[in-house]
Design a protein around this ligand. Structure first.
Ligand code: HSE
Length: 309
């Protein structure tokens, strides 16, 4: 069996009101190459984001994911893995989900197991603990997750309108576990009603290509107000993105990255508009200490992909 190469996208989860439900894949990728080792050992070497920090977890997560699939199919051989990481760790851009999905898809292709996408999704969601980032990383585009009888499910929507993202990464990491620990066990009924309406608006806006629904659809009361205790510049960064012309803005996943969405007549138009938003936001964002300059990414419509030479 020759080595396989897989690209897997970053993802932004929640998008405001879709806590643990909505995901969107971004055109920022990790690349994983895996081949059977000559001995029954596992070797891994990574370059790019986090290469100086082998304890950060994502590398190990990729091996854990590969071994999980190997266990499912009874494969015992060892593997040599190399990865080029473009996705920053611990910032709310789905680095752990990319590691898990990259590992599962690579293991599936390498072994010829041919597990169906739904099975890979369930394995990935089980390893991650929440399904929204893994759905986007695996399927691409805009994904909506729910659960039935405790089984995670996902559907994928390829937004018909052009869409791009302006991403403001924080130099600080925030672990998802810590960011989830900030959330209360229950929320006021009125806040749940607020989010139900906004989630519907956002899903409709993305599914129909209605930019006018995307902005109001990105407001949230279920998790962002609580996480603002750890991401103290959330409202300031959001305001800069909105004043610079983003349709809407939200905490990306558990944060601390903040993301703005920009629509257009097609993806190229959206990318050009997002670049203009990033240009206008760059100077005001210099006043938000610890933030990288805004970066523009297309959305990824394909999800994890086995590269065919
Ligand atoms: N839905 C998850 C959370 C995403 O907000 O905790 C983590 O990236």
């Amino acid at each position: 069996m020759p080595p396989v190469t897989v690209t897997v996208p970053a993802s932004t989860a929640n998008l405001g009101p879709g806590y643990d439900s909505f995901g969107l894949a971004l055109g920022l990728h990790n690349t994983v190459t895996a081949g059977f080792a000559t001995r029954d050992t596992w070797e891994i070497s990574c370059t790019g984001e986090g290469e100086e920090d082998p304890e950060s977890g994502a590398d190990n997560l990729m091996v854990i994911a590969m071994r999980r699939l190997f266990d499912v199919i009874g494969e015992k051989r060892g593997v040599a893995v190399t990865c080029e990481n473009g996705i920053p760790f611990g910032r709310g851009l789905g680095s752990s989900s990319a590691a898990i999905v990259g590992g599962l898809v690579a293991a599936n292709a390498l072994t010829g197991a041919a597990l169906p996408p739904g099975e890979l999704f369930r394995l990935a969601a089980g390893l991650e603990g929440h399904p929204d980032n893994v759905a986007a990383a695996l399927f691409g585009g805009f994904t909506i997750c729910w659960s039935e009888d405790g089984i995670p499910r996902a559907t994928h929507i390829d937004p018909p309108g052009g869409l791009a993202a302006v991403v403001v990464v924080s130099e600080q990491r925030l672990s998802t576990v810590s960011a989830r620990a900030l959330l209360p066990d229950s929320v006021p009924h009125a806040d749940a009603v607020f989010d139900a309406g906004r989630a519907g608006l956002l899903a409709a806006g993305l599914a129909l290509g209605r930019a006018d629904l995307i902005g109001p659809g990105m407001s949230d009361l279920l998790h962002e107000p609580y996480r603002a205790a750890a991401v103290t510049d959330l409202d300031a960064v959001r305001r800069v993105l909105l004043e610079a012309g983003a349709d809407g803005a939200a905490l990306s996943g558990a944060g601390p990255t903040v993301i703005g969405l920009v629509s257009g007549v097609d993806d190229a138009d959206a990318f050009a508009r997002a670049s203009a938003v990033a240009g206008r936001a760059a100077e005001p964002l210099t006043r938000c200490a610890g933030r990288r300059a805004p970066e523009v990414f297309a959305i990824d419509r394909d999800g994890a992909t086995v590269v065919i030479d």
